[in-house]
Each structure stands twice: as C-alpha cells, then as structure tokens.
Design a protein around this ligand. Structure first.
Ligand SMILES: [Zn+2]
Length: 241
C-alpha cells in the first residue's frame, strides 16, 4: 500500500483543487479524505503556511490514524488535522463502501437549503447521474454546528442514512463514495441541482420533479463516461484555468 501512497496523496490534493475551482468550497474550510486501511486515512490537513483549499498540494495530504494521531507510521510534521476529522472517520466507519469522503461548503447548496428548497430531480438528461442522485433523495442534517466530536459526526451519519450525500444545514455537505473521484463528482452534481433550482426560482419559476415516465429513458451511461470521462474533464478544466 505504501507504494500507492504518493499517488493517492496527489489524487486527494487534486480533488481539493477541483472542488475549489468548481466553487464547492471557498477559502480555508473544507477537506477531502481517502481511507488507506482499517485505522488510517489520508486527509487534507493544515500547516502554518496554508493558503487555502484551492491551492492544496500533495504535501498537505497527511496520513493519520482514525483518532487523529500521527501513530507509528503517521506523519503530521507540524500539520494539524481538521477539527472536523470525525466527519471523515464516522462516515467511513458507517459503511465499508465509503472509502473517500468530501466535506465541502458549497454556497449554492447551503443557500438552497436555507431557502427551503429540497434537492429534487428537476431535470433529467441535463445531468443523468445528478437526476438519479436527486430522485433517491439528498437528506439534511439539521444542525449548523462544527462537527468536531464523534457524537456529532454520528448524528450526521444517522441523518445521511444510506444515501451518498448529506446536506449540513447552514454549513455544507458530506459526500461519500468508493472512489475519491466519485465523491467529488457527486458533490458537483448536487451543487448543479442546487444552482439550477435557485436559478429557476429567481426566474420566477416553480420547481417540479420530472415526469415518472421519463426515468426509463434516463439510462446509466456507465462508469467510463459518468466517472472516467467526467473526471478527465475536471482535471483538464482545472489545468486550463
Ligand atoms: Zn465544515
């Protein structure tokens, strides 16, 4: 596993920069993680020279134990784990499929929730993966607290249930998946749904779920497109910025 660590570290850092470039996190707050084994994860940490999530470097991604300590093979070296590390640990412990966790503060999602807008499948082929994600529901954890204890993180996980994304009221989102790419892409989809909902409302429209009859013609386009090509695009647009 150690041989993979540097590439995993680079991937988590890339995910942080992509999330920031997509407007899913502003400034210093927000972090991504990747589970490494039974008791350790790579997580975006902070140093005294940190310049924000948009500028995350692979060296900002540190290997720590689930209790936040550096441990025998850990490596904090002056970096500090996020206050909200329990978000990552409890989300991973809740489901063995949750190998990657993105905790972000997307303003559009927070605004939509505060406006009383529930994330619903208001569009279809515009973003098929997003539509299905919305169809099955994006729950809300109703507390606006800093999730810095395991107890609060367990509350959030309970609100999340068996869904891959949970909205944290007045705070942000947590997105979990088997891969780092998927966790970030899910977050981008939820942000897209929120932005579109706000746009429809600000144009004077009302929000409606798409017709039930449309679902059978909204096929899963497969991971080669939905994940791989989508991720290549995210990487390319980041580089073009
Ligand atoms: Zn947060």
């Amino acid at each position: 596993m150690t041989g993979d660590l540097d590439s995993q570290r680079a991937l988590v850092a890339l995910g942080c920069r992509i999330a920031a470039a997509r407007g899913l996190v502003d400034g210093m707050l927000g972090h991504l993680s990747l589970r490494v084994d039974d008791d350790r994860l790579l997580v975006r940490c902070r140093s005294d020279s940190d310049t924000g999530v948009a500028f995350t470097a692979p060296s900002d991604i540190r290997l720590v134990r689930f209790d936040g300590s550096a441990g025998a093979a850990g490596e904090l070296d002056g970096y500090r784990v996020p206050n909200e590390l329990p978000i990552h640990v409890e989300t991973m412990l809740a489901d063995a499929q949750h190998l990657a966790v993105a905790h972000l503060h997307p303003p559009a999602v927070v605004a939509a929730d505060l406006a009383g807008v529930t994330i619903r499948p208001i569009y279809g082929a515009y973003d098929i993966a997003g539509a299905w994600l919305a169809r099955d529901g994006v729950p809300v954890y109703q507390r606006a607290v800093l999730i810095r204890t395991r107890g609060l993180a367990k509350e959030m996980v309970a609100a999340m249930g068996d869904r891959p994304v949970v909205i944290l009221r007045g705070h942000g989102i947590t997105s979990a998946a088997a891969t780092l790419q998927q966790a970030v892409l899910q977050a981008i989809s939820v942000d897209g749904l929120a932005r579109m909902a706000l746009r429809v409302l600000s144009a004077g429209g009302t929000l409606h779920d798409i017709d039930d009859a449309d679902w059978e013609d909204l096929p899963d386009l497969g991971p080669a497109f939905t994940t791989d090509a989508a991720w290549r695009h995210e990487v390319a647009r980041l580089r073009a910025d």
